[in-house]
Design a protein around this ligand. Structure first.
Ligand code: GLV
Ligand code: MN
Ligand code: MN
Ligand code: MN
Length: 413
């Protein structure tokens, strides 16, 4: 703990900003649809930029729309400590995934301003472009380009389902900035996020001290069978792409269960090319993913799926193509930053436990180049990527307090 043990964020103000920003892309069911680089994303970015400037920060935008709000420190020769998260959401997302971390970072700056505290190293509140990956692949797009995993040209040419490029979408909302990607330096990075899983709530623990993150593999797949008449084609002559996909979905599920509990597998998208109730499906596009904190398990899952696919394709006389479109190795966070998070939770008297992140986060990207870690708070029933996603005001405030004291410890309050 720093020498300011009684300093706390304003939990009511943080909550008010969460509710205010939930208007941008609000859905009828109380969730948020704010796809990356959509007009709604543009609107919340404008709000965020204005709020950061009102808090005395200078906002820079790089050529992929990553936003960096800088609060000066006593030693401007030192690279800033980064904190924040993302403002985009899933197509049917909630009010907390991502934006809690960004708004909590803003709240920390507001709290420091009011208390008249200048840190030794500068602070940089971040909004990373396209964390979710539901409109453009990969997820963590902005932060992965920042750390050099993808080139800017590659990312700008990625297309969404309507054929719009990321570059055109950035231009359309006015967030193709001037700053070259990767030039914002950091001395470290801390991200607050809802857990998006059930452990903290089930245990009644307030703070997850995130030590590791799961590795991920994402695939795009296609199955090609043969369209024919649903009434007159005997069962043994069919080459049904949907029946083949059904087996593949169960294979993904079965492999993850077999190699659990530290493995998950999902088929989240599937589209019959020309659906009709009396045509046997002949072509299907789908996505699949596996995640595990253990790289060896991930490899086993990948090999297992390849073998299963070969078997299904041969038996059903269909073609199955499966292309890996993104791989992210498991993340080990920095012991020093993890210790700072744990120390802050302890000093604040908050219950805490070590935890592994099942969801992907921009802190995974940053961990490749600077010491990084994360703070989790509970969410209702562990539900996220759902309009019903919900979190308690007191937990959000507790997470932001841990962020505040972690930042003071690392940035020299
Ligand atoms: C993004 O939210 C992911 O974890 O897939
Ligand atoms: Mn998120
Ligand atoms: Mn998400
Ligand atoms: Mn995520």
């Amino acid at each position: 703990m720093t020498d300011r043990p009684n300093l706390r964020v304003d939990g009511d103000r943080l909550w008010a900003t969460l509710m205010e920003t939930a208007r941008f892309g609000a859905t009828e069911k109380g969730g948020v649809r704010r796809l990356t680089l959509s007009p709604e994303d543009g609107a919340v970015r404008d709000w965020f930029r204005a709020a950061c400037e009102a808090a005395g920060m200078r906002v820079s935008v790089d050529t992929l729309g990553n936003m960096f709000a800088l609060r000066p420190g006593r030693d401007m020769a030192k690279p800033p400590l980064g904190f924040g998260s993302h403002l985009d959401t899933q197509p049917t997302g909630g009010k907390f995934d991502g934006i809690l971390g960004t708004l909590a970072a803003l709240e920390v700056v507001r709290t420091l301003n009011e208390a008249g505290i200048e840190t030794e190293v500068p602070l940089c509140v971040c909004n990373w472009t396209n964390e979710e990956g539901s409109r453009f692949v990969p997820a963590l797009m902005g932060s992965l380009a920042h750390v050099g995993d993808f080139t800017v040209e590659d990312i700008l040419s990625r297309t969404d389902a309507a054929g719009i490029t990321a570059g055109a979408a950035l231009e359309a909302i006015g967030y193709r900035g001037a700053m070259p990607v990767g030039t914002q330096a950091f001395g470290g990075f801390v991200e607050l996020h809802i857990e998006q899983g059930p452990l903290l709530e089930a245990e009644g623990t307030t703070i997850g001290v995130v030590e590791r993150g799961q590795g991920i593999v994402w695939y795009d797949g296609r199955i090609t069978g043969f369209e024919s008449h649903a009434g007159s084609t005997p069962m043994h002559l069919r080459r049904d792409a949907l029946a083949a996909l059904s087996e593949l979905v169960l294979a993904v599920e079965g492999l993850a269960v077999e190699h659990g509990p530290d493995a998950v597998g999902t088929v989240g998208e599937a589209a019959i090319a020309t659906p009709s109730r009396n045509v046997i499906p002949g072509a299907i596009a789908f996505s699949a993913e596996f995640r595990s904190p253990d790289a060896t398990i991930l490899e086993t899952l990948e090999r297992g799926l390849a073998a299963k696919i070969a078997e299904i394709a041969a038996r059903r006389r269909v073609e199955i193509a499966l292309d890996p479109v993104w791989r992210k190795a498991p993340t080990a966070f920095d012991p020093g930053v993890v210790a700072a998070v744990r120390g802050a939770a302890q000093a604040l008297g908050l219950s805490h436990r070590p935890i592994v992140s099942g969801a992907a986060h921009d802190a995974f990207s940053l961990a490749a180049i600077v010491p990084a870690a994360m703070i989790f708070v509970p969410c209702k029933d562990g539900v996220s990527h759902n309009e019903l996603e919900s979190a308690e005001k007191s937990d959000c405030a507790a997470g932001a307090d841990v962020l505040l004291h972690t930042v003071l410890a690392l940035a020299g309050g």
